[in-house]
Design a protein around this ligand. Sequence first.
Ligand SMILES: [Mn+2]
Length: 244
Amino acid sequence: MPDSSSRAAGELTVVHTSDLHLGTRGERDDLEVLRLVLTAAQHVSADALLLAGDIFDTNRIPLAVLDRVVRMLADASMHVVILPGNHDPATADSAYRKGGLGDPENVHVLGVTCNDTALLPTLELEICGKPHMDYVDMAPLLLPDRRASRHQIVMAHGHFVRSDYDLHRSWLLHETDLEATRADYVALGHWEVAQRVGSGDVQAHYSGSPYRAGTVNVVRLDGSAPAVSRLSVRREDVEDRRRE
Ligand SMILES: [Mn+2]
């Protein structure tokens, strides 16, 4: 866990990604994308890594793969907050309830290891989100209670409504609701592209999948408007930074 005394007072760095879809190759999944994401998060000395849904492609993940994921997250020396998505919902047989995924003290799974809020008091940060609990359509944006911490982030996994043409889709996120969160940052998942959505004051961003976007979002919070940038997780860029 990063030493909180090494941070400037009240300053936080959070890395946000989603849609890793681990396990598409079964036992042969090399988890390379997770390694690249974790290395990038370590490069910016992230205090927390947010995984906004569809981390696993399916809940039928071989235990050997789960076991390696658990060890990688436990060794990450940062908080990891996971929101179950529509591919990996927090069902009774969810990947998040098997293989000890919720056991490491730095790993927080919304709807599994805590309710809809992960409280990280050493970071003065609370992360709220409505996990997918099954495969059925629902409104995926949680309107948080009045904040109890200095910093508040909302996570949601769903489809942002750009026009009426989107209304036939599932798990819809409406701009008015994003604004109503009043959160410092809204970490979205479900889209493959990295994109800010909404035109109001609340910063709501999709990270995109690391495969398609080639980046993760880096969010710096210091009590004023969050600074959001993107960091490459392409293998050659991650290896280059390592050699610096
Ligand atoms: Mn999804």
